[in-house]
Design a protein around this ligand. Structure first.
Ligand SMILES: N[C@@H](CCC(=O)N[C@@H](CS)C(=O)NCC(=O)O)C(=O)O
Length: 230
């Protein structure tokens, strides 16, 4: 049996595992205790050659997981696929609606603020060709320059802290964000926090000083960051 995860790389070897979306799949595989290989591609390579590397995928995006020659794309689709192929431990617990609701909150309320706080740092860690691609694709998406999109960093952080309260409250009542068992909502939150920590370590630590439940939860999630497959 072979599993290969297609990842996205920046210019620096020190920033090897940074992408929130590929971390979602990394956590999914690690939680299930599966072994896998990792293949790194730049933004430009992904956009030029992904269809050749992983035939049949609909988008030029990672994560893509190749399982015995079959390519599966999109972190949530991959999680569902892994639950079908390797049922235990389950990531979705047959509770797709609950996980989708929780992750919609994370992806629409928290993730955009993280993107504002880290976007320019991602850009700084690209070579010239990838910088050009990143700037033009993001500016088309934001309909604004990277600099304007980033906005006021103090405001972004204060907003982020406010919106994170919901998660802190959940973690006061439940062991995991997903409830009594570790699941997809935990994976999504932890993956976005890794993105934040990679580029804004001080702000990230500041957040966890404010929210002790989240700090304890993150320690528990960290055991699933460990992998021999980097
Ligand atoms: N919803 C997708 C998002 C995938 C995604 O946006 N991946 C980024 C890496 S973090 C990507 O491949 N971007 C390539 C590009 O922008 O050209 C998922 O969760 O898999």
């Amino acid at each position: 049996m072979s599993l290969t995860l297609l990842e996205i790389k920046l210019n620096s070897e020190d920033l090897r595992l940074w992408s929130p979306n590929t971390w979602k799949t990394r956590f999914s595989l690690n939680i299930k205790g599966l072994s896998y290989d990792t293949e790194f591609h730049s933004f430009v390579e992904i956009n030029k050659k992904l269809e050749n590397i992983a035939p049949g995928i609909p988008e030029n995006k990672v994560p893509v997981l190749i399982h015995d020659g079959k390519a599966v794309q999109e972190s949530y689709e991959i999680a569902k696929y892994l639950d079908r192929q390797f049922p235990k431990p389950s990531l979705l617990h047959s509770q797709e609606g609950v996980h989708r609701y929780l992750t919609a909150h994370i992806e629409t309320e928290l993730a955009p603020l993280i993107s504002k706080m880290v976007g320019l740092k991602v850009y700084e860690n690209l070579d010239e060709e990838n910088k050009e691609y990143y700037r033009s694709s993001r500016e088309a998406r934001y309909k604004d320059t990277l600099e304007n999109f980033a906005g006021d960093q103090e405001d972004n952080f204060n907003n982020f802290v406010k919106k994170f309260q919901l998660i802190e409250r959940m973690l006061g009542q439940f062991v995991w964000i997903s409830g009594s068992e570790l699941g997809w909502a935990d994976i999504v939150t932890a993956s976005w926090l890794i993105f934040f920590e990679t580029f804004q370590p001080e702000r990230h630590n500041q957040l966890l000083e404010i929210y002790p439940n989240a700090a304890n939860w993150q320690k528990k999630m960290n055991q699933y960051k460990q992998t021999n497959n980097q």
